[in-house]
Design a protein around this ligand. Structure first.
Ligand code: UD1
Ligand code: CA
Length: 449
């Protein structure tokens, strides 16, 4: 089958008015990336030779996604939204270059898998002129119904045009349709003629192809793959299915998730083997956790690289640029941003480490803050290998503490501390023996006011 060339057309121009959003529907994220990007990636994995994406006139962000497709891809603008058939016509320039198979996918159906797309391609390779991916819907409301007779798909009836008995049909149109490339242009012309006034339904191609004696079949996919997102409740349903898949993949990849249903992944989270993820952990985009690291409960991690054997949390926040070295310890209520923590460093309690380097084996005491911002710009804090920062210290950047230096608890460090030096920067303690007792005695003699 690989000998057959395949063009995949992705429709993404719809306004999605039921999302009630200023953002175009297909740019709403699932697993932290736009729905359309999921569909583009899946089309790529399914072995398409070329992609054609149809977007609206006011969707500049789509061009970036198409540019990053990693394969030959063209962008087409549908200037008026006159339906799915009209949208495919907007990609006419791509259709003119012949392909054996042309598949149409929807940008609002992000969970589609390469396997389902392959099933449609196999039907075409097996001799079908038109193949539609259907699914059994628990609630078919809003979907086009597949009308099948004698093993052939005879029509797709959109909900608003369906009769009462047709509405009872639960086999629905996923939106994925595969056409023999040589047949598609004439089907599109015929759709145009049928709906001169109103909406051009791509789904009308089924009845037209049947009337012309072509072979039209329905394949069946899984409902979880073809959930179409028309509103935010369906977006949340998609997200839930995405998360179930991501957790499953993480566990099969060798990570232990103690309570998988409480862990939330981004589409690009990378976990090594023997990673332990405790309950209630959220991963934002661009996280790598290497082999044997542990993310403890209630931590929020984004844009971070956690290296082998490190332990993060509970209740830690790693922000973009957190580079947590081998066997580092990040404890509770510690926030790390754009900072490199070298092997074996420890920041165990209640700290903010931002725009900094913490050298190998350094120990940063409870409540240490890197004061990295003066209200205008950020400055760097450098803590040397093996340094010891006493609790409740403020390191006012730009500042450097040398290798092996010790900073006394409660210090406000504004000047660099040389290697192996001791720095103390706080008011000296005065002790007055007996003073407290004398104070109380004096107070007791005075009448209370
Ligand atoms: C469509 C199908 C329906 C199917 C359902 C599956 C048609 C006529 N109906 O209905 O049979 O069960 O999807 O989810 O095909 N789009 C454009 N330009 C347009 C209109 C739509 O690019 O002018 C794009 C949208 O961005 C979207 C996709 O096509 O990605 C589907 O459009 P939508 O309006 O959501 O169709 P449904 O009513 O869901
Ligand atoms: Ca839809």
């Amino acid at each position: 089958m690989s000998a057959r060339t395949c063009l995949i057309v992705i429709l993404a121009a719809g306004l999605g008015t039921r999302m009630r959003s200023k953002t175009p529907k297909v740019l709403h994220p699932v697993g932290g990336r736009p729905m359309l990007a999921h569909v583009i990636a899946t089309a790529h994995q399914a072995g398409a030779d070329r992609l054609a994406v149809v977007c609206g006139p006011d969707m500049p962000q789509v061009a970036d996604l198409v540019g990053a497709a990693g394969m030959p891809a063209t962008l087409h603008v549908q200037h008026e939204r006159k339906g799915t058939g009209h949208a495919v016509l907007a990609a006419r320039a791509a259709l003119e270059r012949a392909a054996d198979d042309v598949l149409v996918l929807f940008g609002d159906t992000p969970l589609i898998t390469p396997g389902s797309i392959m099933r449609v391609r196999e039907a075409l390779a097996g001799g079908a002129d038109l193949a539609v991916l259907g699914f059994e819907a628990a609630d078919p409301t809003g979907y086009g119904r597949l009308l099948v007779k004698g093993g052939r798909l005879v029509a797709i009836r959109e909900e608003k045009d369906a009769s009462d008995s047709e509405r009872l049909v639960t086999l629905c149109n996923s939106g994925v349709m595969g056409f023999s490339g040589s047949l598609l242009p004439e089907l599109l012309d015929a759709i145009g003629n049928r709906n001169a006034q109103g909406e051009y339904y791509l789904t009308d191609a089924v009845e037209i192809a049947n009337a012309r004696g072509h072979t039209v079949v329905a394949e069946t996919g899984h409902a979880d793959e073809v959930l179409g997102v028309n509103n935010r409740a369906q977006l949340a349903q998609c997200e839930a299915i995405f998360q179930v898949r991501a957790r499953h993949a993480a566990m099969l990849g060798g990570a232990t998730l103690i309570a998988p249903e409480t862990v939330f992944f981004s589409h690009d989270t990378k976990l090594g083997a023997d990673v332990l993820i405790e309950p209630n952990v959220v991963f934002g985009p661009a996280v790598i956790v290497e082999d044997g690291a542990t993310i403890r409960a209630f931590s929020h991690v984004e844009g971070a690289h956690v290296k082998s054997g490190a332990v993060v949390g509970p209740y830690a926040r790693l922000r973009p640029g957190a580079d947590v070295g081998e066997n580092v310890r990040i404890g509770n209520f510690v926030e790390v941003k754009k900072a490199v923590l070298e092997a074996g460093a420890k920041v165990n309690h209640l700290s903010y480490i931002g725009d900094a380097r913490v050298g190998a084996g350094a120990n940063v005491g409870a409540g240490t803050i890197t004061c990295n911002y003066d209200g205008f710009s950020k400055a760097h804090t450098d803590i040397g290998a093996g340094a010891f920062i006493g609790s409740n210290s403020a390191l006012v950047a730009p500042v450097a503490v040398g290798d092996g230096a010790i900073v006394a608890a409660g210090s406000v460090i504004v000047d660099d501390v040389p290697a192996d030096a001791f720095a103390v920067a706080r008011g000296r303690q005065a002790v007055k023996p007996g003073w407290a007792a004398a104070f109380r005695a004096a107070r007791r003699k005075k009448p209370k006011d």
